[in-house]
Ligand binder design. Structure first.
Ligand code: A2P
Length: 256
């Protein structure tokens, strides 16, 4: 059996010159947990060319959805950005990842912190009712350079009206989009905003505290490095697939 499913592109959405998303068919035997990633890609000169991508779609949805940057000379994304409806995409059969509610101890508020396409796994998680079980609030903090890069903002804002998730989202989900290079209602990096206490304060929450709060991170290497230093300084304990902790990290799947 091949290590990949061959799926068909159903739709493509270009958010900006450097950001796009697409949906594709899903093999009924492909099972994953919200927040996981898998290898996806294309056949190039007869060989699979793959990169790790988090599923944007919920684990219960019929199709799959992915969010990607476009790198003009990137081996995969220079090609993947041109996919069209009806094209074939390869989807790895083995989803993995640590951004799962079970890797975290129960707590008061869960902060999902993302930059750029690091938003992807959190889109899947906020569409999973189970994510909300262990926490009073889920804060989704997404940092980008410009407003146009705040992918899925309309969808996130509309989640409180969703047929199945509406009640949970309205009660527990707090969305905090922020940009660093444009005027907007929220400005600044998702590091400074949380470390300084400004973000929780603006949402009416107490400052982030490892005794009560949990953090999931997905984004740029700089984001992860800054948080790692802060976690170490404040004694936060990392969780993984075998032991629950106070925070978990997924690396950004950015092509260099
Ligand atoms: P900035 O504009 O200050 O660099 P990119 O498009 O380069 O991936 O960046 C996405 C967002 O992540 C930008 O808003 C960028 O801010 C921000 N960013 C870059 N480095 C860090 C970091 N170390 N911590 C938090 N946010 C960061």
């Amino acid at each position: 059996m091949s290590a990949f499913y061959e799926e068909t592109i159903l739709s493509v959405h270009h958010w900006t010159d450097t950001l796009f998303s697409f949906t594709c068919t899903r093999d009924p035997t492909f099972r994953f947990k919200s927040g996981q990633f898998t290898m996806i890609g294309l056949l190039v000169d007869g060989r699979p060319l793959l990169r790790a991508y988090s599923m944007v779609s919920g684990h219960w949805e019929e199709h799959l959805e992915f969010l990607s940057i476009k790198v003009q000379n990137g081996p995969l994304t220079s090609r993947l950005q041109h996919v069209a409806v009806g094209d074939t995409v390869l989807i790895g059969r083995k989803p993995v990842g640590t951004l799962l509610p079970e890797t975290l101890l129960a707590g008061r508020n869960l902060y999902m912190v993302a930059t750029g396409t690091g938003l992807a796994p959190f889109m899947s998680l906020i569409r999973d009712p189970e994510t909300y079980d262990k926490f009073d609030h889920i804060v989704l903090a997404h940092g980008c350079r410009n407003v146009a890069e705040l992918a899925y903002d309309d969808e996130i804002n509309a989640l409180s009206k969703h047929e199945l998730l509406g009640e949970l989202a309205a009660e527990k989900l707090l969305y905090y989009p922020t940009v660093t290079r444009q005027d907007f209602k929220h400005q600044g990096r998702v590091t400074d905003l949380i470390f300084s206490g400004r973000l929780p304060q603006e949402l009416g929450l107490p400052p982030v505290d490892r005794a009560h709060d949990r953090i999931m991170l997905c984004g740029s290497p700089g984001l992860l490095a800054d948080y790692n230093a802060w976690f170490a300084e404040h004694g936060w304990v990392e969780g993984n697939n075998s032991t629950s902790g106070e925070y978990v990290i997924e690396k950004a799947f950015v092509e260099k």
